[in-house]
Design a protein around this ligand. Structure first.
Ligand code: C2E
Ligand code: MG
Ligand code: MG
Ligand code: MG
Length: 291
């Protein structure tokens, strides 16, 4: 009887689910190829300081699928995590990002830029994660103080001690940490006091309503002031309007702004052009003094 059930497994799914399953399998084997065939690329989204000058970027992975065109990370990061492909993919992202950071260090106008890299739970929970990152740093030679690893709250719940230990080990080498999508996870405020973080990123879902809903405004204000009293810098993500920027920067002293207001994530050449055009008042002055 159970043999029959096994043989007929697909009959338990409706046709839409069968399609979903086939689709998923196709995407999985394509993703395997993507890694080997150079179909992945990093784009860079500017992060701006309060004074309007560029502070750095977040590296966001892009997949140029030969038939489907551009596939969004929203569609493949989850799958990569489920299948374990996130490990080689994440390593590729980290290596590529660090090589980029090292290349900026040789260009005077870009040498101050920081780069944020998303790290998934599966990656940081690997026993040799710290060694892997140190190996990448040694082989690509960026300034580790300019590297920020972005973690999400969900991974911290069950593995707090493990994650804290790894963060501390990497911080000794200068690497910084940022808590991504803050406010959307399940973590309690007690985690915040225990994690050796440098930055907190307010999730877009709060930012998008900050200029229209008193509650969203109150939540953002509270997050920023709490973060500052914990000595954390705050990045607002998904800032799309000047009104949002004004409330975050001018009213609540949010440290960094990331969002379509300034720029979408850009391919490397476009990002470098953007960066040299937005060096900011402070940076531009130093530059003129030196040259
Ligand atoms: P995230 O880390 O929270 O990245 C921010 C996402 O918000 C990016 O989407 C970015 O393009 C988008 N965004 C930024 N500003 C705005 C805005 O003003 N308006 C709107 N509507 N969207 C904005 P993207 O590039 O599609 O990435 C989605 C998610 O995929 C990321 O969210 C991150 O969780 C994941 N991801 C991307 N690259 C990587 C990676 O290399 N490794 C891992 N593990 N995850 C990644
Ligand atoms: Mg992120
Ligand atoms: Mg985010
Ligand atoms: Mg987000």
């Amino acid at each position: 009887k159970s043999k029959d059930a096994g043989r007929n497994t697909l009959h338990f799914f409706d046709p839409a689910m069968q399609r979903g399953l086939l689709e998923r399998n196709a995407l999985e084997s394509d993703l395997r190829d993507a890694l080997n065939q150079g179909q992945l690329e990093l784009h860079f989204q500017p992060q701006m300081s309060i004074n309007g000058g560029i502070y750095g970027a977040e590296a966001l992975v892009r997949w140029h699928h030969p038939q489907r065109g551009m596939v969004s990370p929203v569609e493949f990061i989850g799958l990569a995590e489920e299948t374990g492909l996130i490990l080689p993919l994440g390593l590729w992202v980290l290596e590529t990002a660090c090589r980029q950071l090292a290349s900026w260090a040789t260009q005077p106008e870009l040498a101050h830029l920081t780069l944020a890299v998303n790290v998934s739970a599966k990656q940081i929970l690997q026993p040799n994660f710290v060694e892997q990152v140190l190996h990448v740093l040694a082989s690509t030679q960026p300034n580790p103080h300019h590297l920020k690893l972005e973690l999400t709250e969900s991974l911290l719940i069950d593995n707090l001690e493990d994650v804290v230990g790894k963060m501390k080990a990497l911080k000794l080498h200068g690497v910084g940490f940022s808590l991504d999508d803050f406010g959307t996870g399940y973590s309690s405020l007690s985690y915040l006091s225990q994690l050796p973080l440098d930055q907190l990123k307010i999730d877009r879902s709060f930012v998008m309503h900050i200029d229209s809903q008193d509650r969203a405004m109150a939540i953002c204000a509270a997050i920023i002031s709490m973060a500052h009293s914990l000595k954390l810098r705050v990045v607002a993500e998904g800032v799309e309007t000047e009104a949002q920027r004004y409330i975050l920067n001018t009213v609540h002293h949010c440290d960094y702004i990331q969002g379509y207001l300034y720029s979408k994530p850009l391919p490397i050449a476009g990002f470098e052009t953007f960066a040299t055009q937005h060096l900011g008042a402070a940076k531009a002055t130093t530059r003129h003094k030196n040259t």
